[in-house]
Design a protein around this ligand. Structure first.
Ligand code: MN
Length: 147
């Protein structure tokens, strides 16, 4: 893991408590066991996790908190993750936030549906830890490698 780069800003009203490789990640997932695992992995990597157990709560938190990244389960009660992503991408307040689908669906047609809804990527469940963290990192602002 690349050490956090601390940046001191001179009197700017910016949130500089966070280095670029430590992000706030909104996780929308209705399965408690999956949520616990995802939260553990993200927090182990230094990220802050905000959780929502349904799409409606996720949409509200996305608008209010402007997370750096959203992990979106597809199968959710009531509104599913595809509809929620479509709404996020239709809203100028949230459309720039990358959305990665978390899905047990891994068929070709499903990937097309996930992309069509506006997801920027997807991670298949069950999670492969290294791949999971690599995908997260790839969608966050990159920190120059220390050589
Ligand atoms: Mn689910």
């Amino acid at each position: 893991m690349v050490p956090a780069l601390r940046q001191k800003s001179g009197g700017q009203c910016r949130d500089d408590k966070r280095s670029p490789d430590m992000a706030t990640v909104l996780v929308v997932e209705d399965n408690a066991a999956n949520m616990k695992l995802v939260k553990f992995l993200l927090e182990s990597a230094g990220h802050t996790v905000v959780s929502a157990a349904d799409a409606e709560t996720g949409l509200t938190l996305a608008r209010d908190l402007q997370p750096n990244l959203i992990l979106m389960d597809i199968q959710l009660p009531r509104m599913d993750g595809l509809e929620a992503t479509a709404q996020l991408k239709a809203d100028h307040a949230t459309r720039a936030i990358p959305v990665i689908a978390l899905t047990a669906l891994a068929m070709k047609g499903d990937e097309d549906r996930i992309r069509a809804a506006g997801c920027d990527g997807y991670i298949a469940k069950p999670l492969a830890y290294r791949e999971f963290l690599a995908t997260i990192a790839a969608h966050l602002v990159k920190v120059p490698a220390v050589t």
